[in-house]
Design a protein around this ligand. Structure first.
Ligand SMILES: Cc1ncc(COP(=O)(O)O)c(C=O)c1O
Length: 395
């Protein structure tokens, strides 16, 4: 009999079980909402990136249905052959206006926007200088580019400067940071990195996946938040988080976007968004412009919940955004905290190595604009009870 060539996978899975960090996927029974049913249990949901509650917003739903009726369910082609519909072009025009750049291009996801852009802009002779906590899609794009990758410790500007000083002045270099770091919720050192990019002539790039719809005027992101328009060459954003649907985009100069149309491999070799997704994203941009109450509510809920966790004595790290980690150290402990919260009716996912460092495992919470005060108070009550029971906070 043939022996199973994939047997080593079971070994890997068994190792995770032995370490107490293996968990089955949680399954939503209904919509992605602040209060929902997961694995047939009614829970306050603190784990989605649905910052503004747009996944179920009536205007987005209506526009998706209209586009579905008018244009069908799919595009049947990649963008460069027959898969560019007028609605894709309209979305890109709107995104460029939103980001205050001459042009924008949409990708199938934030992941492919980052990976496709970094891997096509840089090549074998180039250097990428990257914050150690940058997103996996940036890391994969950097690897695919075959450029030399130099990583500086998180937000360590002196270390970033030392790397740049060690390079020849003529070296083509990309300096890249997340706008908001997805596991710690802190902001990238964007103003200071822009100064370094100016001084050393680097291409400056930011991944604003968690900042779009959250920071800046009407959610324009960290470039707007810090007043850095015109100083960041490549801005990536996602349509999958605060904007409620799916996709990623790059905003920048016309040459950048025209280059990506012809060189970015996910754009060239993977089918474009269904028209309903593009229509949903346009509706989301309308909501950002016309309904400021969602961002206001998001920040009010963020302040309430973050200060509540801190008052209970939890270590919430250095977060400056609606992402608030509850850091417990050991991976198995984080999973136990998450499991016991779930039993209490609160879903907050445990995150362990390799997503975060081995001794920095956590439960990661994200509040949204649509959580009610009652739901957040209920969640804080559950955190207090379970945190005390597990000895994470005092009595
Ligand atoms: C910082 C960051 N960049 C990029 C992405 C990828 O975005 P998307 O989910 O649209 O692929 C994510 C999401 O997981 C993220 O957290």
């Amino acid at each position: 009999m043939r022996s199973d060539p994939l047997a080593y996978l079971d070994q890997d899975l068994n190792d995770m079980r032995a370490q107490g960090v293996y968990r089955p996927l949680r399954v939503l029974d209904g919509e992605q909402k602040a209060h929902t049913s997961i694995d047939h249990r009614s829970v306050v949901n603190l784990s989605s990136n649905n910052y503004l509650g747009l996944t179920t917003h009536p205007r987005l739903r209506e526009r998706a249905l209209e586009a579905l009726q008018s244009f069908g369910v799919g595009t049947g082609s990649v963008r460069t052959i027959a898969g560019t519909m007028a609605i894709h072009v309209e979305l890109e025009r709107r995104l460029a206006v939103f980001k205050q750049t001459p042009a924008a291009v949409v990708f199938q996801s934030g992941f492919t926007a980052n990976a496709g852009t970094v891997s096509s802009l840089l090549g074998r002779d180039d250097v990428i200088v990257s914050d150690e906590l940058n997103h996996a899609s940036i890391i994969d794009g950097a690897r695919l580019s075959r450029a030399t990758i130099k990583v500086f410790p998180h937000r360590d500007l002196a270390a970033a400067r030392a790397i740049l000083e060690g390079l020849p002045r003529s070296q083509r270099t990309l300096l890249i940071t997340d706008g908001v770091f997805s596991m710690d919720g802190d902001l990238g050192a964007l103003p200071e990195l822009c100064d370094l990019a100016d001084e050393f002539g680097c291409i400056m790039m930011v991944d604003d996946a968690h900042a779009s719809g959250v920071f800046g005027r009407q959610g324009r992101g960290t470039v707007d938040h810090f007043g850095l328009h015109g100083r960041v060459d490549v801005q990536v954003g996602t349509l999958s988080k605060a904007l409620g649907a799916l996709g990623g985009y790059v905003a920048g100069s016309t040459s950048l976007i025209e280059f990506l149309h012809r060189r970015a491999r996910p754009f060239l070799f993977s089918t474009s968004h269904p028209p309903s997704v593009a229509a949903t994203c346009i509706a989301a941009l309308d909501v950002l412009e016309q309904e400021p109450q969602w961002m206001e509510q998001l920040w009010s809920n963020t302040q309430f919940f973050k200060s509540g966790l801190q008052a209970l004595g939890f270590d919430t790290g250095i977060s400056e955004s609606p992402i608030t980690p509850v850091i417990v150290g050991d991976g198995a402990r984080a999973m136990t905290l998450s499991d016991q919260l779930f039993e209490e009716g609160v879903f907050a996912q445990g995150i362990a190595f390799p997503t975060v460092a081995k001794d920095r495992a956590r439960v990661r919470t994200i509040v949204t604009a649509t959580h009610t005060r009652g739901e957040l108070e209920f969640a804080l009550g559950a955190f207090a009870r379970v945190g005390r029971k597990l000895g994470i906070i005092g009595h």
